[in-house]
Design a protein around this ligand. Structure first.
Ligand code: Q46
Ligand code: ZN
Ligand code: ZN
Length: 317
């Protein structure tokens, strides 16, 4: 197998693109695909400051590598969830910080155990919530805080084509129209929250894993013990089987959806009515100042993580 561009030995065959590439040209290919997605979906411009959410995994570290290589102004942040199983949080924090240092990128760390004296598992146990629902709310909030602290214009996450296509597949199977309306790789800035983008949407998991190896990126090899990956695994496997039969399907499936997403964003009359009733104006949280729509003016993060301050505020009212 020879590189289609230079004829040197190839390291990877990309059936969807009908090419084989050597390490040098594969790296170039991955970076070009990312640049293409950024341009195609109007994610950001050269002068923008991008905050990359790094988890210590291959996708987010590859994203950081690609964006810095493409010459973007990049900072990073890591959210330490305090997950002790297999030293998951400790190891992923070390890998994330070491890679940021290697790339000369500033990395802010938000540590739940340091800020609140407990990690996501203990907090979930105490509140009888599932770790992932609590984690989702916590990460969304801290991402916005990180963008504010870093004075970034946009937050970038490492979701890849497999993630996006599997989520689309799952949402279609359930006809979950509210999620189908939100699967675009760009979420505009809204209500005081920053823009959020997914620049790796043109690249498969396999391509990103190969990129991380070729570039010598040291990442955590295992996923969070509560990984949502398992939820989508069956969809990923089915999509891979179809991809094997007909290379390029995954990309056409997701890209075609992004071109047709407006079809899911048209609201039915009863949805409009419901929205009018439900929509309450955003205001700054009485405790942390971040925007919230909660009627009592206390955001869901503070309500959960800062109960003493909530009590104090309620006592004063
Ligand atoms: S939500 Fe759940 Fe993830 Fe949080 S607890 Fe782990 S698996 S990290 S994407
Ligand atoms: Zn080559
Ligand atoms: Zn708050």
């Amino acid at each position: 197998m020879k590189c289609r561009i230079c004829g040197k030995p190839a390291v990877i065959k990309l059936r969807a693109h009908n090419i084989a590439l050597c390490p040098e040209h594969f790296v170039e290919f991955v970076q070009k695909q990312t640049a293409k997605a950024i341009k195609h979906y109007k994610m950001f411009e050269k002068e923008d400051h991008i905050a990359v959410a790094v988890s210590g995994g291959k996708d987010s570290l590859a994203l950081l590598d690609i964006l810095t290589e493409l010459g973007y102004k990049v900072s990073a942040f890591y959210i330490d969830l305090g997950i002790k199983h297999m030293d998951y949080s400790k190891t992923s924090k070390e890998k994330a910080q070491a890679f940021c240092e290697k790339k000369g990128v500033k990395c802010l760390v938000y540590s739940l155990p340091e800020m609140f004296g407990m990690g996501i598992d203990e907090a979930a146990r105490k509140s009888r919530r599932t770790p992932c629902s609590l984690c989702g709310m916590t990460k969304r909030y801290l991402m916005n805080v990180a963008a504010r602290d870093l004075e970034a214009d946009v937050i970038a996450t490492g979701h890849n084509l497999d993630d996006q296509a599997a989520a689309l597949f799952a949402n279609l199977m359930r006809w979950d129209v509210s999620y189908l309306a939100k699967g675009y790789p760009v979420l505009p800035a809204e209500h005081g929250f920053p823009k959020k983008v997914k620049p790796l949407v043109f690249l498969t998991e396999r391509e990103i894993a190969a990129y991380a190896i070729v570039r010598g990126i040291d990442y955590v090899r295992y996923e969070c013990p509560h990984s949502e990956g398992a939820r989508f695994l069956v969809y990923k496997e089915h999509l891979n089987a179809i991809e094997n039969m007909s290379p390029g399907t995954k990309r056409r499936f997701y890209q075609g959806y992004t071109e047709n997403i407006w079809r899911f964003q048209i609201e039915s009359p009863d949805q409009c009515e419901k929205k009018d009733e439900e929509e309450s104006p955003m205001k700054p949280c009485k405790i942390c100042g971040m925007p919230t729509a909660a009627e009592d003016g206390i955001c869901s993060f503070c309500r959960f993580w800062r109960p003493d301050e909530v009590k104090k505020i309620k006592g004063q009212e």
